[in-house]
Write a protein that binds this ligand. Structure first.
Ligand code: SF4
Length: 200
């Protein structure tokens, strides 16, 4: 898959150009649509990003705050990140796991994972965010599934981990089914990108 199939940068720039100086009526219509909580398209988002009118921007904040409250309520959720493996085949400049980094790599064994989980449980944590670099050989789905089983079955004096959210590379439908069957909480996929001209 080439990068254009993942993110069509030209199309994004075109939309940002086409939606410059949006008329207030259009933006207010998009804000009405947003309140239905059924999603916005790229042109809608372009118009919102190009809005300069401070009164409409204020309305945007008010509506987005209300939608956030309706979906999440007034609560804070704490979770502890647990990094399983620093092996990664990618090369994102900002990340210490990037492939060119000559530092030694580390991948936790199941015993080491259990030790870390006990430390977190004894600090009172109930939720973990499992993280691993993208490396199909070092961090295959079976490794992640073994880690999940280990985390959920490790109990200590202060309790247990009730929810493991998973932040790993995009994978296949079959693998997502396996993650669901393993009882994960949320699966997170960060679509990381950057501004090519600035990076060049
Ligand atoms: S894919 Fe993730 S872990 Fe790998 S280098 Fe990029 S940000 Fe780091």
């Amino acid at each position: 898959m080439n990068t254009k199939e993942v993110i069509d940068e030209e199309a994004i720039w075109e939309i940002l150009e086409e939606t410059k100086n949006p008329v207030p009526k259009t933006v207010l219509g998009i804000l009405d649509k947003a309140q239905l909580k059924e999603g916005l398209n790229l042109t809608d988002v372009g118009s919102l990003l190009n809005t300069q009118d401070s009164a409409i921007i204020g309305k945007m904040f008010e509506i987005s705050g209300r939608i956030k409250d309706e979906i999440y309520g007034e609560r804070l959720v704490f979770f502890a990140p647990l990094y399983l493996s620093s092996y990664c085949v990618n090369d994102c400049d900002y990340c210490g796991f990037h492939h060119r980094n000559p530092e030694a790599r580390k991948k936790l064994t199941l015993e080491e994972i259990a030790e870390q989980v006990k430390v977190l449980e004894n600090m009172g944590h109930k939720r973990i965010l499992l993280e691993a670099g993208e490396d199909p050989n070092e961090n295959p789905i079976d490794y992640v599934l073994d880690a999940l089983r280990t985390i959920y079955s490790t109990k200590s004096g202060k309790g247990e981990i009730r929810r493991v959210n998973v932040n790993i590379a995009a994978t296949s439908v079959d693998d997502y089914r396996k993650l669901k069957a393993a009882g994960i909480g949320t699966y997170q996929l960060f679509q990381e990108t950057y501004h090519r001209e600035t990076d060049a």
